[in-house]
Design a binder for this molecule. Structure first.
Ligand SMILES: Nc1nc2c(ncn2[C@@H]2O[C@H](COP(=O)(O)OP(=O)(O)OP(=O)(O)O)[C@@H](O)[C@H]2O)c(=O)[nH]1
Ligand SMILES: [Mg+2]
Length: 183
């Protein structure tokens, strides 16, 4: 029997680093001098090894965070077919990008109910930078929503894969909602 190909969706405001995350994790590419072009729609195919040691084939859908690109029809298609969702915000532009993912989460829950595996990822453009209060408030929100939260530096390839391994492990285990670890 052919192996299942899982679908993971990335959502977040334009410029938060969705494409940079995926390019770095899948191909090891970094964009320090020239940013990647804004996404319309892209699919990354890769294999993710779960926490339980299984190797899962995944299509990761990279979406556009630009206003007006993703219409309601597209959202309907994305949300109804996803096995898991990665909500990305920027620790360097917290307020707006946090509002965006909160709104997306509400829309997803309205369409899919509560049982979609989801993870929240805050990107930083500079790994040495201290955490700011705003990004801490996102971490608190994620905790109250029982969502796993990660903060990753875009230039750190290994750390970038952590949220994807986490969500893939939950999807492969049957999509059950697991409480986030305490950190
Ligand atoms: N300083 C620094 N900046 C980075 C690094 N990697 C990416 N960036 C910048 O982070 C920004 C993120 O851009 P994208 O990855 O295209 O963002 P996106 O979320 O895919 O945006 P849309 O496709 O428009 O929705 C760009 O301005 C990149 O140049 C890095 O390692 N260091
Ligand atoms: Mg992009």
């Amino acid at each position: 029997m052919p192996k299942t190909i899982y679908r993971i969706l990335t959502l977040g405001k334009s410029g938060v680093g969705k494409t940079s995350l995926l390019e770095s994790m899948v191909y090891g590419r970094v964009f320090k001098t020239r940013p990647p072009p804004p996404t319309i729609e892209d699919i990354y195919e890769c294999t993710i090894e779960t926490e339980h040691g299984s190797k899962e084939r995944v299509h990761i859908y990279d979406t556009s965070g630009q206003s007006g690109v993703m219409d309601d029809k597209m959202k309907q298609r994305y949300f109804s077919s996803a096995d898991g969702i990665v909500l990305v915000y920027s620790c360097n532009n917290c307020r707006e990008s946090f509002t965006y993912i909160k709104d997306m989460r509400q829309q997803i829950e309205a369409m899919r109910g509560e049982h979609m595996p989801m993870v929240v990822v805050g990107t930083t453009m500079d790994s040495g930078r201290e955490d700011n209060g705003e990004s801490r408030s996102v971490a608190i929100w994620a905790h109250t929503q029982s969502l796993q939260h990660y903060r990753v530096a875009l230039e750190k390839r290994l750390a970038i894969s952590e949220p994807f391994v986490w969500i893939m492990s939950r999807i492969a285990a049957g999509g059950k909602r697991f409480l986030p670890r305490k950190n």
